[in-house]
Design a protein around this ligand. Structure first.
Ligand code: ADP
Length: 304
């Protein structure tokens, strides 16, 4: 049985269809990533799957932990952990109190919470901050507390909306470690992210979404192999564009972004030989990654 199954999901706001016939299926224990530029429809999709937003009348079916959504969404949500994009922790309460009130909302007994909260604070690396008020916690601590709060009901399935946005590298690594521990425990995770390294590191499978549709799916490796030549050359400097005009044919594909020329090649040797002899250029040769896939599929123009 899938933990989440979605078929032909549709959602419009006025004339604008923001989710257009989406299909998803999450197997137990997998980490699934939903990637897409701003406005692609990721958050709306998460909200629809949780029954927090109603789909269009002609939308297909959503099944969350075996229950139909939105009809039995409330019941299904009791078994799901949700970490929203915006930290909605209660600023008047301490870390402990935030977990306690949230746990009571889930109907957990005082007795159960007194045992569970210290474990969750420990998991989040906040064992020493139980009594700290929210405003005294750093951004990373707040995200970890929001994650701990999402786990209060010991859910099998977790929804994480951009779990590390706005965090510094140290804080991101701590969150990733926490998520990897949860995956080892057999939890299922659905996450949205703008960070390709995060998706590559955590996700077994992912879908790239744009304009309300899924435009590519697979494991990070599969997507890279299917979409992008294996060698990437990033070429910088005043003469990069001249070089590309004369020698760009050595690559399968070249793209310009600002001052940088990106060349995608099946064979690195001819480019390496050429670039070594070309004066006044700086370049970096690296393997293709998920960010290359994302930019190829969704373009380099800014989305607001
Ligand atoms: P993402 O999470 O991928 O950035 P969203 O799901 O937040 O995308 O938004 C998708 C599109 O739906 C955007 O164009 C956004 O402006 C629009 N949208 C989202 N929520 C609403 C709403 N409540 N009313 C009207 N438009 C909305």
């Amino acid at each position: 049985m899938f933990h989440l199954q979605v078929q032909n999901l549709r959602k419009s706001y006025g004339e604008c269809e923001v989710v257009r016939g989406l299909a998803l299926a999450l197997a137990p224990g997998e980490c699934f990533g939903l990637l897409g530029p701003n406005g692609a429809g990721k958050t709306t999709t998460l909200r629809l799957c949780l029954g927090l937003t109603d789909p269009d009348a002609d939308s297909g079916a959503i099944t969350l932990l075996g229950l139909p959504v939105p009809a039995r969404a409330r019941e299904a949500r009791l078994k799901v952990g949700v970490v929203p994009q915006v930290d909605n922790l209660d600023p008047d309460f301490s870390a402990y109190e935030n977990l306690y009130t949230y746990g009571r909302y889930f109907g957990l007994s005082r007795h159960a919470l007194v045992k569970r909260i210290p474990e969750l604070l420990e998991f989040a690396g906040l064992g020493a901050r139980a009594d700290s008020k929210i405003q005294t916690l750093s951004g990373g601590m707040k995200r970890r507390l929001a994650l701990a709060r999402g786990l209060i009901n010991d859910p099998d399935l977790l929804f994480l909306d951009e779990p590390t946005t706005g965090l510094d590298p140290q804080a991101r690594h701590l969150i990733w470690q926490g998520l990897q521990r949860l995956l080892k425990l057999g939890k299922t995770i659905l996450l949205t992210t703008h960070f390709m390294d995060e998706a590559e590191r955590l996700c077994d499978r992912l879908s790239v979404m744009d304009h309300g549709r899924i435009i590519a799916s697979g494991s990070p490796r599969e997507l890279i192999a299917a979409q992008i030549e294996p060698h990437v050359f990033e070429i910088y400097g005043d003469t990069a564009q001249d070089w590309a005009r004369q020698h760009g044919w050595l690559a399968q594909r070249c793209e310009q972004s600002g001052e940088t020329v990106f060349c995608y090649a099946r064979d690195a040797a001819p480019l390496l030989k050429n670039l070594e002899t070309y004066e006044g250029l700086r370049y970096q040769h690296r393997p293709a990654n998920l960010e290359d896939v994302f930019l190829k599929l969704t373009g380099r123009e800014l989305r607001d």
